[in-house]
Design a protein around this ligand. Structure first.
Ligand SMILES: Nc1ncnc2c1ncn2[C@@H]1O[C@H](COP(=O)(O)OP(=O)(O)O)[C@@H](O)[C@H]1O
Ligand SMILES: [Mg+2]
Length: 233
C-alpha cells in the first residue's frame, strides 16, 4: 500500500472525534470515506494532512509522517482540498491562485505542470483573470482541485467536493476526478453524497461517530440496499 493510516485518533483539545482509524490506498486507487454530517470525515482528513491534532501513524511510501507538521506533509506529497474550497484565495484571480499552487514545485517543472493543468481544467485557460470569488461553485471546486494538484501530490484528500453544487455539474466533476487516475495519485474522497461517491470509489469505508463501521468494494455502492445498510449502520 502506497499510503497507509493506522490507529489514527483525531482530537480537538480533550475531545476525541476519530478513533483508531485504519485505511490505505495504492497509487491510482480511489478510496471513499462515507458518513453523515458530524461523523468525523473532515477531522480525519485534517488529521492526515496534519492540520488537526492526532495520534497514530500516517505512512507514505513506507515513510512515517506522524511527527511532521502540516507544511512538511504537504511537501512530502499530501494535499488537502478542504471543505468549502478553503484552499482558494477568493480575491485573487484564477491565474494567481494557480501560481500559488505551482510555487511549491521546483522551478524547472512549473511550466510543464501548468500546461498539464490548463489541459485538464478549461476554467484555467478561459478565465485566468477572473477573481476566484466570482466563479460559480463548480468552477471554484475545479480550481481548488487544480491548485492542490499543482505541486504534484501523491495523495489527494478531497473533502466533500459536491457541497453546495448544483446537481447538473456533478457529472462534469466526476469526469474531472476520474482523470486523476492517470496521474497515479491516491485519492481519499470524503462524501455524504453516496450516489456521487459510488461513481468514483474503488473501495469505501463508512465513518460513524468517528469510527469505521463498514467497508467494502466500490461496486457494492451500486446496490441501494447495501448503501442503506452501511449508512444506517
Ligand atoms: N474545531 C472543532 N472544535 C471542536 N469540535 C469540532 C471541531 N470541528 C469539528 N468538531 C466536532 O468533531 C466531530 C466531527 O466533525 P467533522 O469532522 O466536521 O465531521 P464531518 O466532516 O463528517 O461532518 C463533530 O462532532 C464536530 O462537532
Ligand atoms: Mg466535513
Amino acid at each position: 500500500m502506497t499510503f497507509q493510516v493506522a490507529r489514527l485518533c483525531a482530537r480537538y483539545g480533550r475531545l476525541q472525534v476519530c478513533h483508531d482509524i485504519g485505511l490505505g490506498a495504492d497509487s491510482g486507487e480511489f478510496l471513499v470515506v462515507l458518513g453523515p454530517n458530524g461523523a468525523g470525515k473532515s477531522s480525519l482528513l485534517g488529521a492526515i494532512a496534519g492540520v488537526v491534532s492526532a495520534s497514530g501513524s500516517v505512512l507514505l511510501d513506507g515513510e512515517a509522517l506522524d511527527r511532521c507538521a502540516a507544511d512538511r506533509r504537504a511537501f512530502r506529497g499530501i494535499a488537502l482540498v478542504p471543505e468549502g474550497r478553503r484552499n482558494l484565495f477568493m480575491p485573487l484571480t484564477v491565474d494567481e491562485n494557480l501560481r500559488l499552487g505551482l510555487r511549491l514545485l521546483p522551478k524547472a517543472e512549473r511550466a510543464g505542470m501548468r500546461e498539464r493543468l490548463l489541459g485538464m481544467f478549461p476554467i484555467l485557460r478561459h478565465r485566468p483573470h477572473q477573481p476566484a470569488g466570482m466563479l460559480s461553485g463548480g468552477e471554484q471546486q475545479m480550481l481548488a482541485i487544480a491548485v492542490a494538484l499543482a505541486r504534484r501530490p501523491s495523495v489527494l484528500l478531497l473533502d466533500e467536493p459536491t457541497q453546495g453544487l448544483a446537481p447538473v455539474i456533478l457529472g462534469e466533476l466526476i469526469e474531472t476526478i476520474r482523470e486523476l487516475r492517470h496521474m497515479g495519485l491516491s485519492l481519499v474522497l470524503a462524501e455524504q453524497n453516496h450516489r456521487f461517491a459510488a461513481q468514483l470509489a474503488d473501495r469505501f469505508v463508512v465513518l460513524q461517530s468517528g469510527e469505521i463501521v463498514d467497508q467494502g468494494a466500490g461496486h457494492e455502492l451500486q446496490d441501494p440496499q447495501r448503501v442503506a445498510a452501511a449508512m444506517i449502520g
